[in-house]
Design a protein around this ligand. Structure first.
Ligand code: ADP
Ligand code: ZN
Length: 795
């Protein structure tokens, strides 16, 4: 079952789409709704004119699907370039449009076409490769093209007004005047956090960025300035200023880094699309490889696009890029102000700034003359957007690389199975960093079998200790040596289940089909899906029986550490404790300064942190993510365990990892213990193949939700029938799973259903998805239905 690559699909779908492109009132896509067929009436009549008018294909900035054909008035003939923003008549009024290219005359005779009214800018806001990408995204993810484009553009360009130059605004920058956070600041956590962030990102950053990372930083930085530790300066928001504290550029690359960099340079020299996987163990120096590749691209006058999962958790990477390339770098995070987004857009578009470092949405950044795209931690689930246009930024990065003839580097210590399969099929070239920098050893990983260490006897009243004797001993020893410990558990709160001792019911959210978690620090029970919180009930709400507090969250782990090792300095890092980015940064900084011995946390501690003092990492319970009803549960567990293990032993002292589990035989656990990435991947791929799951098939989820359970169910069944009626012959290998209630059947009072379709290729699913897309317009408004192509989470 050889499937096409996403970028092959890109071409297939595009060429397939163009012949059907119709008149302005007819959409390109195969799907047509009644509403749109009765769209506005035209003015010019094709065929009646002596010489046929020039026709233009336009994406309209409205929630409508497909492309529209307009006529080009004489005054504009020859003056349009693809990507240009125009004003077009639409419905009863006008709308923002994007000129995409010439259109062929509509198939039907006598169709009236309206003319483009005027252009809104001289040079196009959208570069060519980006138009291709957005068009691809609209078709592939079944989302209205106009919305796709509007979502990608900064607000200043997404309205039907003439382009305004983002004035080279005066922007405030914070500059650190010292190289480290001095001890005297340790009693002023806010100041210390602001300074720590500034130092982490290279010593100089726009004030707005620091305030985004650390709310209240404006005031704090003034205090730091008064102490002579920082300076606030006004700078025109402009390109080309190169300063900030330089972070070292290593003189010598490791042998493996050197090999990878050489290959990437050669690839950049060809000026052709070449995708790579950089598979480098944790601590192997992947960032330096990205930096050297970007240097080479820059030397050729080409731009680079660097995608990272989350800016607040990766200030070190941002800092390294900024200190190497200075103001050649635009940092694109989710909290940019409209004005800044517009400024960065235009600066990148003009080629004044050549490097963009950003989160998922930066895949649409208009980097000029794009030479290199890097996706760091390519396995990270955050690259998938779970609303509106449900795109996978890593996949789009590869498609964009193909369209822009760029080199694409997907980097990870734990590549996704999709990417590995692309390597196996020879589509991506493999670059490997098998060793850590300076030949530091990988940490040793040991198992703690909780069935032996934490036996459950009889009725569970009092839970067994969370920290098993071996784990406790290892912690005490590590702290005794003055080294640091990370404790990882992927669950927030204190107790995760409140169970009635009499009737056995567990306390659930009234709006969602999930258990409430007890948060002792807030003295409340909280729903992790809708945020509903209430006082902790004394007794069962059904039968007034006494409630047992079961299940472990990070709060309980923290409490137990404090109880068992009273001298330890402990902090907890999860979404409850890191309520503000200020606290997050301060906690990470404080841990880095070694003011803390133990950091307890969720996956936030598993990200790319580089703490040389950490020599012990403990996984409190490896089992939590194993049982999730998702075909990627095993893979996700393996990734998390490997990533968190990778935090140990990054300094000069070797690292040790202890994994507590009730499932020592579970595949991901066994393989992590053996450092056996390849073995895990092979086993998991075999399993996926046997069950025809991605990467051996393509999937799409049709997700429904609505207030009235009966209505949602009936729409789900209706769509299920529709799919069944149009199913290709069994030999095509297309399958429908469902309709069924979603694993979490209710969130925020809305009942959720889903259908899954699965087929060998995207092309095999396309006709079915086309039917679905067409059906969307005719469904009752009380049920929201979305198509999620290549879904991430299955919940
Ligand atoms: P990874 O992302 O692969 O886990 P990093 O890129 O964070 O690893 O690198 C790990 C550490 O090694 C960083 O502190 C980095 O500055 C350092 N480093 C990277 N390359 C070199 C080199 N060639 N020489 C010395 N130190 C290096
Ligand atoms: Zn809820």
């Amino acid at each position: 079952m050889e499937q096409q690559a996403l970028w092959d699909d890109a071409h297939a779908e595009r060429t397939e789409a163009s012949p059907t492109r119709g008149s302005m009132s007819v959409r390109t896509s195969r799907a047509r709704s009644r509403r749109e067929l009765s769209e506005p009436e035209g003015a010019a009549t094709v065929g009646a004119a002596v010489s046929p008018p020039v026709l233009a294909s336009i994406a309209v900035g409205r929630p409508v699907r497909g492309e529209f054909t307009y006529s080009v008035p004489d005054a504009l003939a020859g003056h349009l370039s693809p990507g240009q923003r125009v004003l077009v008549p639409f419905g009863r009024g006008t709308a923002l449009g994007f000129y995409l290219g010439p259109a062929s005359p509509p198939a039907e005779e006598g169709v009236k076409l309206k003319p483009i009214q005027r252009v809104l800018e001289d040079s196009p806001s959208l570069p060519k490769d980006l138009i291709a990408l957005l068009r691809f995204a609209a078709v592939h993810y079944r989302y209205p093209l106009g919305e796709v484009i509007r979502g990608a553009l900064p607000p200043g360009l997404s309205k039907a007004v003439d382009e305004k130059e983002a004035k080279p605004d005066v922007q405030l920058f914070a500059v650190a005047l010292i190289n480290e956070v001095p001890p005297e600041l340790h009693r002023a956590p806010a100041q210390s956090a602001a300074l720590a962030y500034l130092l982490a990102v290279g010593g100089r950053a726009p004030l707005e960025e620091v305030s985004h990372a650390i709310p209240g930083a404006r005031e704090t930085l003034k205090k730091l300035a008064a102490r002579g530790m920082a300076r606030i300066e006004e700078k025109k928001l402009e390109a080309g200023v190169k300063d900030g504290l330089m972070q070292g550029r290593p003189e010598r690359l490791t042998r493996e880094q050197d090999t990878s960099v050489t290959e990437l340079r050669a690839a950049l020299d060809t000026g052709e699309f070449q995708p790579f996987l950089l598979h480098g163990v944790t601590g192997s120096g992947k960032t330096e490889v990205y930096l050297r590749a970007a240097e080479h691209a820059l030397a050729q006058g080409k731009g680079s696009l660097i995608l990272v999962p989350e800016i607040a958790l990766t200030p070190q990477l941002v800092g390294r890029f900024r200190s190497r390339f200075g103001a050649e770098v635009a940092v694109l995070h989710s909290a940019l102000k409209d004005r800044e987004r517009l400024f960065h857009w235009q600066a990148l578009r003009r080629g004044d700034v050549k490097i963009a470092v950003g989160v998922r949405s930066a895949v649409f950044a208009p980097v000029d003359n794009l030479g290199l795209i890097v996706v760091d931690e390519e396995h990270d689930p955050s690259f998938k957007q779970e609303e509106k246009l449900r795109y996978q930024a890593r996949d789009l990065a590869v498609v964009r690389g193909k369209q822009a003839n760029a080199v694409v580097v997907l980097g990870s210590a734990t590549p996704s199975l999709e990417t590995l399969e692309n390597v196996r099929r020879g589509r991506y070239r493999l670059l490997e960093l098998k060793n850590r920098v300076d030949d530091r050893p990988m940490p040793t990983i040991e198992l703690v079998d909780l069935r032996v260490e934490r036996p459950r006897e009889g009725v569970v009243t009092e839970e067994a200790p969370i920290l098993s004797p071996p784990l406790l001993a290892a912690m005490e020893e590590t702290i005794g040596r003055g080294q640091q410990v990370i404790l990882f558990l992927n669950r927030r709160g204190h107790s995760t289940v409140l169970l009635c001792e009499v009737c056995g019911l567990s306390l659930k959210c009234s709006e969602c089909d999930v258990c409430l978690t007890h948060h002792r620090s807030q003295n409340r029970v909280v729903c992790h899906y809708c945020g509903l919180a209430m006082p902790v009930p004394e007794r069962c709400t059904e039968c007034t029986g006494p409630l047992l507090k079961l299940g472990i969250g990070t709060e309980k782990v923290e409490a137990e550490v404090l109880e068992r090792i009273p001298t330890a300095r402990v902090a907890r890092l999860d979404r409850d404790s890191a309520t503000s980015a200020e606290r997050l940064t301060e906690m990470l900084a404080s841990f880095a300064r070694r003011e803390l011995d133990v950091l307890v946390g969720t996956q936030m501690v598993a990200k790319g942190h580089d703490f040389p003092g950490v020599t012990l990492v403990c996984v409190v319970m490896a089992d939590t993510s194993l049982a999730i009803p998702d075909f990627r549960a095993s893979e996700r567990t393996f990734h998390l365990l490997t990533q968190v293990s990778g935090r140990a032993g990054r300094g000069k002292d070797p690292g040790r990892v202890l994994v507590q589990t009730y499932n020592p035989d579970a595949e991901p656990v066994r393989r992590v213990l053996a450092h056996d990435f390849d073995g895990f991947a092979k086993q998991e791929l075999d399993w996926r193949k046997a069950l025809a799951y991605p990467p051996y098939s393509r999937m799409a989820a049709i997700r429904l939700e609505g207030e009235h359970p009966e209505q949602v169910a009936s729409v789900a069944r209706h769509l299920g029938n529709l799919v069944s009626r149009h199913m290709p012959p069994a030999s095509a290998g297309v399958r429908l799973l469902g309709p069924a209630l979603a694993p979490i059947s209710r969130i925020r009072g809305k009942t959720r259903w889903q259908l899954l379709v699965k087929g060998p290729t995207h092309a095999s699913l396309a006709p079915l998805l086309g039917r679905m897309e067409a059906a969307l317009g005719d469904l009752p408004s009380g049920v929201k239905v979305v198509i999620d192509v290549d879904p991430g989470a299955m919940l």
